[in-house]
Design a protein around this ligand. Sequence first.
Ligand SMILES: C[S@@+](CC[C@H](N)C(=O)[O-])C[C@H]1O[C@@H](n2cnc3c(N)ncnc32)[C@H](O)[C@@H]1O
Length: 366
Amino acid sequence: MASDPIETRKSTEGMVDYNRNSSAQQQHAIMQADHIRRLVGKLSRVEPELRLVDYGCGPGMSAIETVRPAIEAYRAQFADAPIAVCHSDQSGNDWNALFELVSGPDGYLSGNGPPRVEAAIGSFYDRLVADNSVSLGTCFFASHWLSHAVRLDAPGTVLFNDLQGAARVQLAEMARRDWVTFLRHRVAELQSGGYLLVSALGSVPDAAEANGAAAAGRGIYRAMQVVAQSMADDGMLDGDVLNGFVFSLWFLTEAEASEAISGDPVLAAACEIDHLAVTPAPKNPDDLFKDEIGDPAEYARLYVGYTKAFADSTLRTQLFEPSAQTSEVADDLADEFYRRLDALYRAHTDTYACEIWHLTVALRRR
Ligand SMILES: C[S@@+](CC[C@H](N)C(=O)[O-])C[C@H]1O[C@@H](n2cnc3c(N)ncnc32)[C@H](O)[C@@H]1O
């Protein structure tokens, strides 16, 4: 079994039916609006233009809801000041879907003097825009994806939270390095006095967990592990492939997030922490789809849709395709996986509830 990370692929290859199945992300972007307005309110008029960059923007409405409050808050202070909005993501993002939304009735281009719109394509673990050019950077629900896909000695789990021993140490080190790399690039891109607002899934201390912390969404990943293991036991998935598979994700605790910043000489010198906290989601923090618990079929449908939206490409490239001879067989494996996941949620409902904690970090460039 592989025990060294194989750093070959992107950690995400695209999101499936994202706009329809990303209500949590859309709520989250709306929830950050006051925070965004507060930060924009601290900016002076920027010449020649205010530049907003949304990193890991995705293809959906949340990308619009992320920049809208910044545009409104800046326009409220400087009515005629030019604004540039830069949406940034990997090449595989559904850019057509995004720009249809941007220019559609719910977009932000109507009215006088609409912002100049641009895109920056690439990984946020690299430099994406010019140094000293960003007034406000945002990154929502994206920076918890690590820079590369990994394979580890990870029997019994598909989530970092349940890793043990050397595999956990290896992934924790990669997560710390990635977080620092991501921030170093963003801080270099910020103008002096500019802000970076990052919000991602987080973890909280929990003495009942083997590793002393509970990760957001642990229920969903444990449900996926149960389903994948049942398919391996039935000879449908390759057991070695499953034992080496782990999602390339890490949800930082408050301590991990802040110690990486204060312990890095470049970051400590270049920026100050304006805000850093891990907090429960304001709505249904203990079960994302709690409102539907009385209807197990609907509850399961929502959980399967949500899981597919963020996990399908990873499962396909790292679990189904390596277990299959042909792409048709990989498709059949995917269908069977989601059928079993649906059945699991119908039968056990909130045993696998998705709890949500958000890590929110605002940094100011000195
Ligand atoms: C769950 S979506 C979040 C989209 C949006 N920000 C939101 O809040 O709904 C995660 C996004 O992060 C992007 N992403 C993941 N890793 C990335 C990387 N290394 N560089 C740039 N974008 C990345 C994915 O392509 C995807 O669009």
